[in-house]
Design a protein around this ligand. Structure first.
Ligand SMILES: Nc1ncnc2c1ncn2[C@@H]1O[C@H](COP(=O)(O)OP(=O)(O)OP(=O)(O)O)[C@@H](O)[C@H]1O
Ligand SMILES: [Mg+2]
Length: 314
């Protein structure tokens, strides 16, 4: 358990009678990017705050960079960086002032604080903005500044709670390149995100639902899970009209048109080949042209929806 970046066993948090995090086990290696996913209220932030030694655990064991976070939260915090959900710096202070303040909180000497602040500003291309009030920076820069602040004390493990939320796609891409660089340096990284496309960027994933981990593995493992509801995809100029036609069909669970394509989740146990025949016939009868119709490979979102439906049904 010592050589892992993060190791948790039976991690649990109750608020009164409500269990926000329910006996989760986690293991993140050094240099690994681990994605923690789940809908609002699944328990991601609560889990992270316990892992960082910021929130007492109700039950369970945690080690971060080899340090028992439950027994020695201060020692663990010296080895980890935490970027909280939302903007956690002082909006009225400049970028540089925020870094110097944060460096002081981490116990860096004034000289070391100035040196590290300059280094992280340069590392994140923030040097020209160092005298700007942090709250006036574009969101993507604010996020980078938060990340820079979390790296001042050279942590071995990094926790990023929705670091890219609200950030435009180009800035998100840049942010992920920084995450990879940090992982390449051997830092273990736990990141939460709501963006489905970002889940594929993680080395491993865990999906949380109601405080529990309901699926875990590499993105490839996840994609290989059998789907109880097979998928087909239809394309053509009138897929919206076709979606309406298919909504009542017995073999259809749901049919969602998107960008000229109609992704159809079939009812459990349906045969894709038989359904495709029926849909083609139905389209022809209704005078709706189809460019293509074929069985579709599920993507990560399809898998997660199926897992969560399974978990909710239990
Ligand atoms: N201090 C608290 N007291 C009582 N309940 C809390 C407290 N903190 C969190 N909760 C509850 O615990 C559950 C999990 O919350 P948490 O913030 O960990 O979820 P999350 O997965 O991070 O959600 P989001 O995606 O919205 O950030 C929620 O139902 C929340 O209301
Ligand atoms: Mg959260």
């Amino acid at each position: 358990m010592n050589d892992a970046a993060i190791a948790a066993r039976g991690l649990t948090r109750r608020f009164g009678r409500f269990t926000a995090v329910d006996h989760i086990d986690l293991r993140v290696a050094r240099g690994e990017v681990f994605g923690l996913l789940g809908a609002n209220g699944a328990g991601k932030t609560t889990a992270i705050r316990m892992l960082c030694g910021l929130l007492p655990v109700s039950e369970g064991q945690v080690r971060v960079a080899g340090v028992d976070t439950v027994r020695h939260p201060r020692r663990a915090r010296a080895r980890l960086g935490y970027v909280a959900q939302g903007f956690a710096l002082y909006a009225e202070l400049t970028a540089e002032e925020n870094l110097l303040l944060q460096a002081g909180l981490y116990g860096l000497s004034p000289r070391e604080a100035r040196r590290r602040s300059a280094e992280v500003l340069a590392q994140f291309d923030l040097t020209p903005l160092r005298s700007h009030a942090s709250g006036t920076l574009p969101l993507g820069f604010q996020r980078r500044l938060s990340l820079a602040a979390a790296l001042l004390h050279r942590p071995e493990v990094l926790f990023l709670d929705e670091p890219t939320s609200g950030v435009d796609p180009a800035a998100r891409q840049q942010f992920w390149e920084v995450i990879y660089d940090l992982a390449d340096q051997g830092i273990g990284i736990l990141v939460t995100t709501h963006y489905m496309d970002e889940t594929a960027f993680c080395d491993r994933l865990a999906l949380m639902h109601a405080g529990r981990i309901v699926a875990e593995g590499t993105p490839e493992d996840m994609l290989a899970r059998p789907l109880p509801t097979p998928m087909v995809e239809l394309a053509g100029p009138e897929v919206r009209a076709l979606a309406t036609q298919l909504a009542e069909h017995a073999a259809v669970r749901d049919a969602i048109p998107h960008a000229g394509r109609l992704r159809v989740r079939l009812a459990p146990g349906s045969s894709p080949a038989a359904a495709l025949d029926q849909f083609a016939h139905l389209a022809k009868t209704a005078g709706l042209h189809l460019d293509s119709a074929a069985a579709a490979r599920p993507d990560l979102e399809d898998i997660f929806v199926a897992v969560l439906e399974g978990a909710a049904g239990e």
